[in-house]
Write a protein that binds this ligand. Structure first.
Ligand code: ATP
Ligand code: MG
Ligand code: MG
Length: 379
């Protein structure tokens, strides 16, 4: 088989590598960390930064095609690679997803509503922020993830300090919305424009980090799910996107649907697809990259995914030890995915637990039992 390249060596890259290897491909990963989760399991591991021309040239030389698992790969690196081999998603699409200002402009072009916001790039813009946006959340336009790069702003008087705290970088101020729930949609779009999607995922965040994803029929009002799917497909089509794209949504207490943000890669909220669908989001990524057919994925089991953050390794009384995996795996329908990260840290994504069941009630009951064993808050 030929070799496929990945920019970034995190857990998303690792799970892509597993999917690619299962179909006989070899892989090459570029990541500066010699112990990166994806680098550890790949045939080739190029240990250089994204700005190293020699590393990029080596990746292009080895690879029949290259994708990315890290959303903040410099657009220049993708452009440099694209001159040497096929790259998907394209640099232009990734650039939109990397910048909240461009991202929101794209949503408007697609006719998909997002939260009311103002661009804050200058002190003059900061001074003229409409009062109606407060209380709000100030978010850096670039490089934020897991709620990092965000400051809550209760009143207009708190704006200047919030912008200072973010280093006076270009930001957007979003109105703080009364969320009823959050959901997301993963689509895969091929080079020929074929587009398929996973079912709409319902997500629970804690402290700005995804905690739980639940996916089963009846989990969301049907009309709402249809609107989310249509919006996600419009956003992907509008980018001429090739690859796997996740769109995150807010649902407000009045039932309205607003797009939050997009991620130009497989997404944490799609991990359940590994064990509950006939095609996982990583196999979809592989198929788009290798120009293989895309067929509509079918979910065969109700699913709950629990994120396993580094916090679980730290006992309440201090001391560090792995969680009780054997007790969790004794529950039927549980599958444990760990990313091979050597060091647990609070808030660090160490793995996830996929739970499936014959019925939504069964999957939920098992997931609640697993959560209790692990010390994860109930949901
Ligand atoms: P990710 O890790 O998903 O990339 P991120 O750091 O880019 O996250 P956001 O998705 O912007 O952050 O926000 C993280 C979470 O904070 C959201 O999922 C939501 O729970 C909450 N949040 C963000 N913006 C708003 C808002 N305008 N109103 C209410 N809650 C919000
Ligand atoms: Mg984000
Ligand atoms: Mg988000």
């Amino acid at each position: 088989g030929s070799t496929l390249g990945v920019l970034g060596g995190g857990q998303l890259g690792r799970m892509f590598v597993h999917a690619a290897q299962a179909m006989g491909y070899r892989t090459a990963v570029l990541d500066a960390d010699p112990e990166s989760p994806a680098g550890l399991v790949s045939q080739h591991h190029i240990c250089t930064g994204y700005d190293d021309p020699q590393g990029l040239a080596e990746l292009a030389r080895l690879s029949a095609a290259v994708t990315t698992e890290f959303e903040n790969v410099p657009a220049a690196a993708l452009a440099a690679l694209a001159a040497q081999c096929p790259v998907s998603p394209a640099a232009a699409a990734v650039a939109v997803a990397q910048d909240r200002v461009q991202e929101k402009a794209h949503f408007a072009r697609c006719g998909v509503a997002c939260a009311p916001y103002a661009v804050v790039e200058t002190a003059a813009q900061l001074a003229t922020v409409p009062a109606a946006l407060l209380p709000g959340i100030l978010k850096t336009a670039r490089l934020g993830y897991d709620g990092k790069g965000q400051v809550r702003v209760p009143t207009a008087g708190a704006l200047a300090a919030a912008w200072d705290a973010l280093g006076r970088q270009p930001c957007v101020l979003e109105k703080m919305l009364p969320l009823a729930l959050e959901c997301s949609v993963i689509v895969a779009r091929g080079a020929d424009g074929t587009i398929v999607h996973l079912p709409v995922q319902r997500n629970l965040h804690r402290g700005g980090i995804l905690a739980v994803t639940e996916v089963f029929a009846g989990n969301l009002p049907r009309a709402l799910a249809e609107r989310a799917l249509a919006a996600a497909m419009a956003i992907a089509d509008g980018l001429q996107y090739v690859g796997v794209l996740c769109t995150e949504f807010f649902v407000l207490q009045d039932g309205s649907l607003l797009v939050n943000e997009i991620a130009p890669r497989p997404h944490n909220s799609g991990h359940y697809s590994q064990d509950a669908c006939d095609l996982s989001q990583f196999e979809l990524q592989l198929r788009t990259l290798a120009r293989l057919p895309l067929t509509p994925p079918r979910q065969h089991s109700p699913a709950v995914m629990l994120n396993l953050l580094g916090d679980l390794w730290f006992a309440p009384g201090g001391g560090e030890q792995p969680p009780p995996w054997a007790a969790v795996l004794a529950l039927p329908g549980t599958r444990l995915h760990l990313y091979g990260k050597r060091e647990a840290r609070r808030g660090r994504k160490m793995g996830h637990l996929n739970v499936s069941g014959a019925t939504p009630e069964a999957a939920r009951a098992t997931a609640l039992q697993a959560a209790a064993l692990l010390g994860i808050e109930a949901f």
